[in-house]
Design a binder for this molecule. Structure first.
Ligand code: GLY
Length: 353
């Protein structure tokens, strides 16, 4: 059974999900089939699998949203697998956003030391990020993705058809991860992303951008599946972005993950200018983010708290905050250190321009 191998993960781009799932399942050989959904994807997305073997699979339905990404939900999934008679030759299809694919992937990775699983992401964020690349896990002790394993899905079916009913905020949230991939890739992809109309999505163009985004992520994961080096590039925008998310949570006003990443990208591009990143490109990216994501509501009294959150980032080494920055679009610099004053100046920059 493939774990994180040095081959590209099997991704199927589809506009006929039920047919493509049927073909895929015919190749995967399993004894019992289970379908994991949350309450929303069970109602809204499961009908798209009609006509495939998943229609008759044993259903496991969990609560929607990150609040349910817990050990209790994981145990409920293990329990449902046991009660449904799952063996180590069974197969789990995870149909949902990042919460479902992360938790479902971890349940599959651990049940009887690992059963096959297929991800069918239903949000833009999970298509271009969570469902691809083998990071699985749950939240624990108030920390996001604290417990987990690297284990790639046996296949991922990506269908932008699911996105027609996704709301604008979730679309923009996913798009921020695509913008991050574009910044890591190069000028052409970056410029294309800045000219894409995120108010009235052109779905055929979006399909191309989604595929390019996934290919970029796959290239990085193939080279460094366990995040020992290059995969850290995917943290661009996240060191500061996660601090914004944590502060928002503390103030009981959650922000969508991608919005926090977009604001984090601006701050980290500002920091990147000390490593040669062109100021003009930083300003162009900032203008795009400001127009489509607005600004996080914070002021200088929050800076110390934000910095403390950054110091607790699990990706730090020996107490140092480790940034991924850029020398230019596509010129990735890993493990960068910057002064606290510069981080505070980046906070100023996002607020005041
Ligand atoms: N979401 C970042 C990664 O998959 O490494």
């Amino acid at each position: 059974m493939p774990h994180c191998s040095n081959t590209m993960q099997h991704i199927i781009y589809s506009h006929t999900v039920a047919d493509d799932l049927t073909k895929l399942l015919a190749e995967l050989h399993y004894d019992r089939l289970f379908l994991l959904t949350d309450e929303n994807t069970h109602r809204l997305c499961r009908p798209l699998l009609k006509g495939s073997p998943a229609e008759h699979a044993e259903n496991i339905v969990i609560g929607a949203t990150d609040e349910h990404k817990t050990p209790e939900t994981l145990m409920a999934v293990w329990q449902a697998l046991c009660q449904g008679g799952a063996t180590r030759h069974s197969l789990l299809v995870c149909l949902g956003g990042g919460m479902v694919t992360d938790l479902g992937g971890f349940a599959a990775a651990t049940f009887k030391r690992g059963i096959k699983f297929v991800n069918i992401p239903t949000t833009l964020l999970s298509m271009v990020d969570a469902a691809v690349g083998g990071k699985t896990g749950i939240n624990f002790n108030g920390l996001k993705n604290e417990i987990g394993a690297f284990r790639e899905a046996d296949a991922v079916i990506v269908s932008t058809d699911f996105l027609h009913t996704l709301d604008d905020i979730n679309m923009r949230s996913g798009y921020a991860e695509m913008l991050k991939h574009a910044l890591l890739d190069g000028d052409r992809m970056w410029a294309e992303h800045l000219t894409f109309d995120v108010y009235s999505f052109d779905f055929s163009r979006l399909q191309t951008l989604v595929e390019e985004s996934i290919v970029l992520k796959q290239r990085i994961v193939k080279e460094d599946p366990h995040e020992r080096g290059l995969r850290k590039a995917l943290n661009l925008g996240h060191t500061i972005g996660h601090a914004f998310e944590s502060l928002a949570l503390q103030k009981q006003c959650t922000v969508p993950h991608g919005y926090a990443v977009a604001w984090g990208l601006v701050c980290e591009l500002y920091l990147s200018t000390s490593f040669g990143f062109p100021v003009e490109k930083m300003r162009q990216t900032f203008a795009f983010v400001r127009e489509h994501y607005g600004c996080f509501n914070y002021d200088c009294r929050d800076y110390e708290t934000l910095y403390t959150y950054m110091q607790h980032d699990k990706k730090n080494v020996a107490g140092h905050i480790n940034f991924t920055l850029l020398g230019d679009v596509g010129d990735i610099r890993l493990d960068c250190r910057v002064s606290k004053e510069d981080v505070f100046a980046a906070f100023d920059f996002l607020r005041e321009g």
